[in-house]
Design a protein around this ligand. Structure first.
Ligand SMILES: Cc1cc2nc3c(=O)[nH]c(=O)nc-3n(C[C@H](O)[C@H](O)[C@H](O)COP(=O)(O)O)c2cc1C
Length: 193
């Protein structure tokens, strides 16, 4: 994850479009493709998010000031109703998942939107761009209304995107960045857990 951006280098709209097109090749349950991306480009639009998420009075003490320089913010949004509609179709109706969102034991709209977002992050990295996915941590509803996202839709977080800049905080990496990768022996459970 990159948390400091060069504010003087906007991304070309075609570049953003290409990253989003790659995101949309992600796999999805029933090929529902039930994701949306709210794209904020330039300081006026990105401020629509920051004004909701990080009010001016909290900015001076914010740990990653370089994040606010990202020329593009992309909010990936999952649409539960798209999955209900898809699973009400003939080939899926026997699953019962076309009845209502409550019939779903697992929210595949979040899985699929996260897969698509990961593809976007990898595509950005592949172009030597910088990106950071960060959580909304309780501000989902405020962000949803602030960005005019319809009720019932699920914003899963935010992607900051742009050309990387020297990170003023790199000399003091946060605790998350300092955590070592977990060993495979602790993660992989062959033949069962
Ligand atoms: C669900 C999720 C939420 C995250 N939230 C934040 C966040 O709020 N702030 C932040 O700086 N990074 C956030 N991250 C990024 C992680 O801190 C980062 O992926 C992790 O430290 C590993 O670093 P790397 O991706 O650079 O290898 C988040 C990542 C995920 C997947």
């Amino acid at each position: 994850m990159v948390r400091a951006f060069d504010a003087s280098r906007p991304l070309a709209p075609t570049e953003v479009d290409e990253l989003l097109a790659t995101a949309c090749t992600a796999p999805s349950a029933g090929n529902t493709q039930g994701w949306h991306f709210v794209v904020l480009e330039g300081p006026e639009q990105t401020e629509r998010f920051w004004s909701v998420s990080l009010p001016a009075h909290r900015r001076a003490s914010f740990g990653w000031p370089g994040l606010l320089d990202a020329p593009v913010l992309i909010c990936p949004v999952g649409d539960p109703s798209a999955y209900v509609r898809r699973y009400a179709e003939d080939d899926k109706a026997s699953t019962g998942l076309g009845e209502d969102v409550s019939a779903w034991s697992f929210p595949y709209w979040l899985t699929d939107t996260a897969f698509a977002t990961m593809q976007l992050l990898l595509a950005a990295e592949g172009r030597s761009l910088g990106a950071c996915f960060f959580g909304l941590f309780g501000r989902e509803e405020a962000v949803r209304t602030g960005l005019n996202i319809p009720a019932g839709m699920c914003p899963i977080g935010m992607v900051a995107l742009g050309h990387p800049a020297p990170d003023p905080t790199s000399h003091r990496p946060g605790r998350s960045a300092k955590r070592p990768p977990r060993p495979a022996a602790e993660i992989v459970h062959r033949g069962g857990w």
